[in-house]
Design a protein around this ligand. Structure first.
Ligand code: NDP
Length: 453
């Protein structure tokens, strides 16, 4: 398996034009590193200038969000929606509320989303949005007023067949509720304009679980190909949010032993296996620090972020069979992967978006560590969002088992497509290469067929 850094002229033009957009440059570089063999085989992509077109979002909306906090102080944040590609369906992708959000982060996420959505086999284009608003420490009233102010502008640009946002970091069921209520009031439409909705008002069973469960299904597909399994295997998971919680839950269901989780302040190591009920209560109900976990399981070890070695994520120094980075971008670097490898790690499966740095990915491929890349491994969330859209459009709702079984089928489809595409390009088992080429090819061919736009 190989990793060839791209020296493409479009990539050079992007880094010259947007030198400050480090995350966007990184995401483009990762995709382009896989495309060389396809571009060589199919000159039409160059002829139609697809690389330049596909890296330019169709539309970028940046807006002011003004709201009033509990003390009557008027606050202002910046809102974003980047509608990247509608080549194969309406724009689809989450909203992130986190102080680190800027145009580079939204563009990297939106760009990845194009290919992820394409891989699902469903008719969804790519987009992403969010705000630099920090939900931490805010009351429910403040969250509601912020969401309403955000939707006051966003509603002009979205719609059930136009652009359908969902959650991401800092945006869960509560925020989707406030956003949906405001959209409905502003437009007088009751339509599937957001996914991740509450079950009483148009949500889909298994959407909450979908990204984490899907990530584990994807990892199972990789292991099955090599006649391996998860039974009794120690796994490390980072994050303690939506993706991490349901990754841990599914790992427990299939007999693996997830021993870690983490939040913005520190990590838990519980060698007996994470107590997922305690984790849900701490993060989904109380919405507080992971340190609370020690009240439920005093034998566990909590290490605050301040005690991590400089430039390292302590989670990746815990020996494991498989690692599931499920918190945020660039949380697993070259030093981390070397240590994981030294300690016998066989698989890295990305639950988060772009959690591994480019040099960490290169190391994995060179050292034959099984690698489930984000745009394939975590596509279960958006795929189930599309199932929610289908149920809304058909005014129906499916059982948990039905949605879960469709999710399993979609994750298998993504794995098979990525694996077979890697074989087509003589890079057997390089799932990243296969996923990037397969995701790109469908969108690029659609762009060519639809004319020069
Ligand atoms: P949540 O907000 O539910 O959880 C994020 C978790 O990661 C929290 O535990 C948070 O800590 C922690 N975290 C966030 N930022 C940082 C940081 N800079 N340093 C350390 N820890 C951090 O988000 P999700 O679980 O939804 O998303 C996690 C990742 O998965 C993201 O990369 C997202 O883009 C990706 N993803 C999510 C999908 C979904 O369906 N939700 C679908 C596909 C990908 P704290 O608890 O302190 O806030």
């Amino acid at each position: 398996m190989s990793f060839k850094p791209s020296h493409n002229k479009t990539l050079s033009a992007i880094s010259a034009k947007f030198p400050e957009q480090a995350e966007f440059n990184q995401a483009v570089s990762e995709v382009f590193s896989s495309l060389e063999p396809l571009l060589k085989k199919e000159p039409k992509y160059e002829k139609y200038n697809i690389l330049e077109r596909i890296t330019n979002p169709e539309r970028q909306i940046i807006f002011r969000v003004t709201w009033v906090d509990d003390n009557g102080v008027i606050r202002t944040n910046t809102g974003y929606r980047v509608q990247f590609s509608s080549a194969i369906g309406p724009y689809k992708g989450g909203l992130r509320f986190h102080p680190s959000v800027n145009l580079s982060i939204v563009k990297f996420l939106g760009f990845e989303q194009i290919f992820k959505n394409s891989l699902t086999g469903l008719a969804i284009g790519g987009g992403k949005g969010g705000s630099d608003f920090d939900p931490k420490g805010k009351s429910d009233g403040e969250i509601m007023r912020f969401c309403q102010a955000f939707m006051n502008e966003l509603f002009k640009h979205i719609g059930a067949t136009k652009d359908v946002p969902a959650g991401d970091i800092g945006v869960g069921g509560r925020e989707i509720g406030f956003l949906y209520g405001k959209y409905k009031q502003l437009t007088n439409l009751y339509e599937g304009v957001l996914t991740g909705k509450g079950l009483n008002w148009g949500g889909s069973l298994a959407r909450t679980e979908a990204t984490g469960y899907g990530s584990v299904y994807f990892a199972q597909n990789i292991l099955e190909k090599y006649r391996l399994g998860f039974e009794g295997k120690v796994c490390t998971v980072s994050g303690a949010g939506n993706v991490a919680i349901y990754t841990i839950e599914k790992l427990l269901h299939i007999g693996a032993l997830p021993v870690t989780c983490s939040d913005s302040f520190g990590m838990i190591y519980d060698e007996n296996g994470i107590d997922v009920h305690a984790l849900k209560e701490i993060k989904e109900v109380k919405k507080t620090s992971l340190k609370e976990y020690l009240k439920y399981r005093p034998q566990a070890v909590y290490t605050p972020l301040s005690e991590y070695p400089k430039g390292r994520n302590l989670i990746w120094s815990i020996p494991c069979f498989a690692a599931f980075p499920s918190a945020t971008q660039n949380e697993l670097n070259l030093e981390d992967i070397k240590e994981l490898h030294k300690n016998g790690c066989k698989l890295v499966n990305e639950g988060a978006n772009m959690p591994s740095t480019l040099d960490a990915i290169a190391y994995m491929l060179e050292n034959k560590i099984f690698f489930g890349p984000a745009k394939a491994a975590n596509a279960g969330g958006v795929a189930t969002s599309q199932l929610e859209m289908s149920q809304n459009a058909g005014m129906t709702s499916w059982s948990f088992a039905e949605v879960d079984s469709k999710l399993k089928g979609i994750m298998k489809h993504i794995f098979d497509l990525s694996y077979e595409t890697s074989r087509e390009f003589d890079d057997d088992g390089n799932i990243m290469l296969g996923a990037n080429i397969a995701g790109f090819r469908k969108v690029a061919d659609s762009m060519i067929e639809q004319g020069i736009l």
